[in-house]
Design a protein around this ligand. Structure first.
Ligand code: GTP
Ligand code: IMP
Ligand code: MG
Length: 339
């Protein structure tokens, strides 16, 4: 029995989508539950030659034996869910989806307030997905919950009860966080942050699991850093430097060009500390070093190994997953050796 939480280590887009699909395909958990803010997230999944951009559906959907859940803390936009049911039809996502009755619901008014607000859209550079205004209405206790929406009735459940019963029955539960540590409302670069805490403890609370039930916290970093939207970025490089290194990126939800920077060890240490990380997954290593699709640690160059070992030594957390390409197979999995 294992209850794992996967979190983003920096400003989101660390490649959580790829890591989650790899881990869920490899470990086959019984329940895969989405935590985090809501449909402001964009997770990229490449599986069997097809690409998916997900906003609410757990990225572990590729493991078709799992129940998929959305925890009470997550904001739900029903239109986003219905679209993902269509896009992911062949994976029976609709039939496997369970939404907590206490999820708060994003409506047109939240979307308009996010997109038309000078403060949110311009100063903060929000995703325009309605999450900030919806969370503020939730705090004011005026927002509708999933239990108030008749069209969602067939998906409604008590996620906390189901997840805790599964843990008590010795089943495996995988909790997917979204966004990243540096976007946390509490610990990030306020005010240039999202509308909620985005650390492991809050993700546990999002699905209604107590801290004593969590076994593993997997903190995902990219080998470099990206940030979309406004706010400080200590290791940022110029656009020209990013281009010369072939590190251009665009957002999944907004299509905006991402700012790119060097790996930030101070951020990594703080992120591991506050998340209580037990493992690090390092993605896009092939975009910094010449190791595309390598699946064996011994085949990495000395320079690449030194980069990885330095992260491990500085953070005190083992780097158990090394991603060398977008496909699930492009993964070095050191969990057997290191844990
Ligand atoms: P999260 O928001 O953290 O889930 O990240 P994401 O999944 O949204 O990542 P992003 O949108 O930044 O995806 C970037 C692209 O890189 C996607 O097409 C991924 O499939 C791909 N990708 C993920 N891991 C790797 C990797 O290790 N190497 C390479 N070359 N590409 C990767
Ligand atoms: P909001 O969450 O839409 O209010 O956006 C607030 C800030 O968080 C903006 O800088 C967004 O770009 C950023 N943000 C929110 N979610 C994500 C994500 O999943 N990936 C990357 N940045 C995000
Ligand atoms: Mg993303």
């Amino acid at each position: 029995m294992t209850c794992s939480i996967l979190v983003g280590g920096a400003w989101g887009d660390e490649g959580k989508g790829k890591c989650i699909t790899y881990l869920c395909d490899a470990d086959k958990p019984d329940i895969i539950a989405r935590a985090g803010v809501g449909p402001n997230a964009g997770h990229s999944v490449e599986f069997n030659g097809e690409k998916y951009g997900l906003r609410l559906t757990p990225s572990g959907f590729v493991h078709t034996g799992a129940k998929l859940m959305i925890g009470a803390g997550v904001l739900v936009n029903p239109d986003v869910i219905y679209k993902e049911f269509e896009d992911l039809k062949k994976y029976n996502v609709k039939e496997r989806m369970h939404i907590d009755s206490r999820c708060a619901i994003i409506n047109e008014d939240h979307l308009a307030r996010d997109k038309n607000s000078e403060h949110l859209a311009k100063k903060i550079g929000s995703t325009g997905s309605g999450c900030g205004p919806a969370n503020s209405d939730r705090v004011l206790r005026t927002i509708d919950l999933a239990r108030d929406i008749p069209e969602l009735e067939e998906y409604i459940t008590d996620v906390s009860l189901e997840v805790n019963e599964a843990i008590d029955n010795g089943e495996d539960v995988f909790i997917e966080g979204s966004q990243g540590f540096a976007l946390s409302l509490y610990y990030g670069s306020y005010p240039y942050v999202t509308s909620k805490d985005t650390t492991a403890s809050t993700f546990a609370a999002d699905v209604g699991v107590g801290p004593t039930k969590v076994d593993e916290v997997i903190n995902v970093f990219k080998a470099y850093i990206s940030r979309v939207g406004e706010g400080p970025f200590p290791t940022e490089m110029t656009q020209e430097e990013a281009e010369s290194k072939g590190l251009e990126e665009y957002g999944v939800v907004t299509g905006r060009r991402r700012r790119i920077g060097h790996f930030d060890m101070e951020l990594a240490k703080e992120s591991c500390r506050i998340n209580g990380a037990t493992q690090i997954a390092l993605t896009c290593v092939d975009r910094l070093f010449d190791c595309a699709r390598v699946q064996n640690y011994d085949e990495l160059s000395q320079e690449t190994k030194a980069f990885i070992e330095n992260i491990q030594n500085e953070t005190g957390v083992p780097v158990t997953i090394i991603s060398t390409g977008p496909d699930l197979k492009d993964t070095i999995d050191l969990r057997k050796e290191l844990l």
